[in-house]
Design a protein. Sequence first.
Length: 325
Amino acid sequence: MNENFVCVSDFEEEARKVLPKSVYDYYHSGPEEQRTLADNIAAFNRYLLIHIQMTEIRRIFQKHKIRVNFKPGQTLRQRLVHPMDKTTRHKLTCQAVGIGMMLSSWATSTIEEVMSAMTAKSGTGGVLWLQLYIYKNRELILSLVQRAEEAGYKVIFVTVDMLYLGRRWDNMRDQFKLPPHLSMSNFSTASLAFSEENYGNNSGLAVYVAKAIDPTLCWDDITWLKNHTHLPLIVKGILNGEDAVQAVNYDVDGVVVSNHGARQLDGVPAMVCVCICVFLLICLFEMYQYRYRCPPSISYELTTAVAKLSSPAPWSRPSQGSLGV
């Protein structure tokens, strides 16, 4: 690994040089004028560190021990940045050091492949959780959940802040879509695997979301899903205390405070600005997705909090591969 790389920004700059523009833009950009994207970083930078001596960093989450209070988040389609797929990344990180990892249902490796890689070699072990979107096709949702249960995943995370894709101007200009050799591997048809050829003069992902994802998602859908799985169910995308209270009322097992890494609706509050009011209401994960310029030590241990870090992998992998991760 390049010993001159001393921070994540160094990896990002190198990734910018080696990645195709459309791929770099996909991971780097937010919607419209990217005001929330900038504020996500600025808000974190306004916080000061207070040292607390800790003697035990192990955490128990949903009855599953994890050794540290952060985890790799679901960063989609990582084969865009390096041919080593997400299964290898899991084997080299989560399994090696015993931490949790959320797998996107849109990953370019299947649910089963990632679990197989996690358990392929001896190690301290990690925990796999599945991130899920609510599709218009409910049978498709149940199929993904059943596969996760059978494979040994421990928690289902339901993303509730993507009824439509944010207007990411860079992706629209690039007419972003997956290259021909990649697809969303958990799906069998071209339309669901995001591997069709023609998405018009728009972001291909925006077209995909409009066709496949249910824009009428409501709390009753969360109840429906809870009734179809024995796994804990966590709602991802909470941005205010009222929704956190509703999550409790609907008996969810946890929430993720998230503005989707400032990649969905421009103008919403910076994620860290929402955390305090929600912390006072229920236990949650503190999530810092795609924006990485803050050390994970700023994650406050007020309740059961876990910082979810996603950006470092896409930036480190193009030039440094598994060693960069």
